[in-house]
Write a protein that binds this ligand. Structure first.
Ligand code: 13P
Ligand code: SF4
Length: 347
């Protein structure tokens, strides 16, 4: 049956040619990513979307916020579709517009105009628009360092949404100590200081990735015990203490590059999403590669895009009755684009 589905996908791709474009995130299943016209991490996919002028239909093989980003960056004739509307992101869902407005009000009262908001691209279009409107920018895990440095040329403090771990890990690497960071809890609506009140430089939104939080210190200790020669490489969405104990940390693209460049016979334990780890293992039979967590850690929402949904979505477009259009409202898109453009200009 999967052969038949693959044939149907291929058929639509051939029929539509360059009128159709399929970007795919590295965390997508093999059965889907094999049809992608371009594959990449979030930064690359944002850049690729921004440069797409020919295709009239972009079918995004990734999660909802990525499809929204593609729509924001392609405001002319292109239409963006997501093969399954349930492909969301638990992290993006941890910051909504009302919560952000409330937090901002409190932070303004405490720090007046000294804060610049930054948001990880893993956020809804509303949050990107809020950030864009207040002079801030988006970041991805590939350029978070560069963007935080830029933010400090604008203001004394930053509010980093919605992933506390990427914010904390990146700020720490830039030499900002943990006692200069505070965490905003959007549920309790309170700011928890880790150090001196006046000196706070980075305010982290209390959000996280439910996939990368599954890599633990216990996993690191177990790998070290069983194989002391193993290099441990993790995504910066992992908790601070896990990144601290690992050998290397970096974005999806960084992880792929490090393993590609490693000599045959080297050993790696990788702390990131399962589909990517499995693919890396298959592509490097000359290396000894495992997942840092033996349970593998899939992203369930990324996995909602599967071959049946892809075939169904493509056929609906080819038949002139497209489903699952992603359309960001104009006013939101204009402000969100400001935040994205500030990043793309510097990426
Ligand atoms: P990157 O693609 O920036 O590495 O982000 C990982 C991720 O969690 C995407 O949802
Ligand atoms: Fe969201 Fe994490 Fe899945 Fe990425 S891996 S889409 S951040 S839940």
């Amino acid at each position: 049956e999967s052969n038949e589905l693959a044939y149907r996908v291929q058929l639509v791709k051939e029929q539509m040619g360059t009128r159709l474009f399929l970007p795919g995130h590295h965390y997508q299943k093999d059965e889907v990513i094999e049809f992608a016209d371009a594959r990449g991490d979030s930064l690359q996919l944002a850049q690729i979307s921004a440069s797409q002028h020919e295709a009239e239909a972009i079918v995004f093989c990734g999660v909802h916020f990525m499809a929204e980003t593609a729509d924001i960056l392609t405001r002319d004739n292109q239409k963006v579709y997501l093969p399954d509307m349930r492909a969301g992101c638990t992290m993006a869902d941890m910051a909504n517009f009302n919560q952000t407005e409330k937090a901002w009000e409190r932070l303004m009262a405490e720090f007046s105009e000294t804060i610049l908001p930054l948001t990880y691209v893993n956020s809804t279009a509303d949050i990107k628009a809020f950030v864009g409107k207040h002079g801030g920018a988006t970041v991805t895990s590939s350029n978070a360092e560069k963007m935080i440095k830029w933010a400090f040329t604008q203001k004394e403090r930053i509010l980093f949404l919605p992933d506390q771990h990427l914010g904390r890990n990146t700020a720490y690497d830039l030499g900002i100590s943990l006692d200069k960071m505070a965490v905003w809890d959007p549920i309790k609506e309170e700011l928890v200081y880790e150090g001196d009140f006046d000196d706070v430089k980075v305010i982290l939104w209390k959000g996280h990735c439910s996939v990368h939080e599954n890599f633990t210190i216990a996993n690191v200790h177990q790998v070290r015990e069983e194989n002391p020669d193993m290099n441990i490489i993790v995504h910066p969405e992992c908790r601070r203490e896990v990144v601290e104990l690992s050998d290397k940390s970096g974005s999806t693209n960084y992880i792929i590059q490090m393993i590609d460049q490693a000599p045959p016979g080297s050993s790696w334990a990788i702390g990131t999403e399962m589909n990517l780890v499995k693919r890396i293992i298959n592509q490097h039979p000359d290396q000894h590669i495992i997942s840092l967590n033996p349970n593998m850690c899939p992203c369930l929402t990324m996995n909602r895009i599967d071959l049946p949904h892809l075939a169904w979505s493509l056929e609906s477009i080819a038949q002139g009755e497209p489903t699952n259009l992603i359309e960001v409202e104009e006013e939101t898109a204009v402000d969100a684009k400001k935040a994205l453009d500030r990043m793309l200009l510097r990426a």
